[in-house]
Write a protein that binds this ligand. Structure first.
Ligand SMILES: Cc1ncc(COP(=O)(O)O)c(C=O)c1O
Length: 375
């Protein structure tokens, strides 16, 4: 029977407690939200929603074509200029998602005959970039510049090292300075995904590369998403102008993809301008994460010390994690739930995101619910 193997896979998933289901989010959810990636609380900020609405009214509901044909508006160009300037890079290129930005950066910068050195904890979109690239990938131990060094020593030719700046599962930061040093010893490029760093780390949220002194470096390329701290949708690659020009000409997820919708572009631009005006939002998101971690560990829970705004709490099993998250939800708290195959080490977790706009009372309530529903 066609697709018969799907039923077998579904049965295996069911037995392992790994079935995923979709739960629509109402427009006005009564839940306390520690599950979204809206780190700075900007997704519903009136300036951001107005930026989105204004752009849709001016340019329409969609971009109407690829960026190279009809899909580039003035807003795309403004967003690229302002993002590059904010993060300290020469140029930027906006994509329809962070996922597409990662596929673009890795595939276009790792041609046939090159080596890609990829951290074992990297996000799926970087992993898929490695799979699609013509270069050969070597996966190395998580957050270990020496492992990167060793891998680079095995290769004679172009090489690129790819890593998240903040890992999405545990919220730990990559050793960016050490990675850059290893790259420079071997003349390799460094591509880092700052999805969870932009808006949270660095001066006023300028991102992890800026915090590590790598902003504007000629051998560093950064990818970001517009869907987390900027409360919109879309992605971007930032780096030297010659790299950005190369992507315009070579990145398939740029060339063969409809441009980012005007509404999302307008929202991201409004959010970026707001962040410039209110840089304290970044430090507040980090402080909320530290506070959540301190209170959770004081309550005897096993949580990873957050380097940015992601707080990860260990769960006993995939089923335990699903039950725990469901009980939190029943008690009015939305939390993320990570379990295999979305985790590299097989350990299931509750994943909490700190938001800059959480109050002390909300933090206290969240910790109480998590503690009381613990399996
Ligand atoms: C580390 C990381 N990179 C890339 C992405 C993909 O970004 P987008 O959702 O904009 O496609 C995500 C999550 O969504 C992420 O967590």
């Amino acid at each position: 029977m066609a697709f018969g193997w799907i039923d077998e896979q579904a049965e295996l998933r069911r037995r392992a407690g790994l079935v995923r289901t979709l739960g629509p989010r109402p427009a006005d959810s009564p839940l306390l939200d520690l599950a979204s990636n809206d780190y700075l609380g900007l997704a519903r900020h009136p300036e951001v929603t107005e930026g989105s609405a204004r752009a849709a009214r001016a340019w329409g509901g969609g971009a109407t074509g690829s960026r190279l044909v009809t899909g580039t508006t003035e807003l795309h160009a403004e967003l690229e200029r302002e993002l590059a300037d904010f993060c300290g890079f020469e140029a930027a290129l906006v994509f329809s998602s962070g996922y597409a930005a990662n596929l673009a950066a890795v595939t276009a910068l790792a041609p046939h005959g090159s080596l890609i050195v990829s951290d074992a904890g990297n996000h799926a979109s970087l992993i898929d970039g490695c799979r699609l690239a013509r270069g050969t990938t070597q996966v190395v131990a998580h957050a270990e510049p020496d492992a990167v060094r060793k891998a680079l020593q095995t290769h004679d030719g172009p090489a690129v090292v790819v890593s998240d700046t903040v890992f999405s599962v545990d919220g730990d930061a990559a050793p960016l300075a050490g990675l850059a040093e290893a790259c420079r010893e071997h003349g390799a490029g460094l591509v880092v995904d700052d999805a969870h760093g932009l808006g949270v780390l660095g001066d006023g949220g300028r991102g992890a590369p800026q915090a590590s002194g790598l902003a504007g470096a000629g051998d560093v390329v950064v990818t970001v998403t517009l869907s987390k701290s900027l409360g919109s949708q879309g992605g971007a690659v930032l780096g030297p102008a010659r790299v950005i020009d190369h992507l315009v000409n070579a990145a398939r997820t740029f060339i063969f993809d409809t441009g980012l919708a005007p509404a999302a572009t307008g929202a991201a631009l409004a959010a970026l301008r707001l962040l410039r005006r209110e840089p304290e939002r970044a430090a507040r998101a980090r402080a909320v994460a530290r506070e959540l971690h301190a209170r959770l560990t004081a309550a005897g829970l096993e949580a990873v010390r957050p380097d940015a705004a992601v707080v990860s709490v260990r769960a006993p099993s995939p089923e335990g994690a699903v039950r725990w998250a469901a009980e939190c939800r029943a008690a009015g708290l939305a939390v993320g739930c990570f379990r295999p195959p979305s985790v590299p080490d097989g350990i299931s977790r509750l994943r909490l995101t700190a938001r800059a706009d959480l109050t002390e009372g909300q933090i206290e309530r969240a910790v109480r619910v998590i503690r009381e529903t613990r399996p």
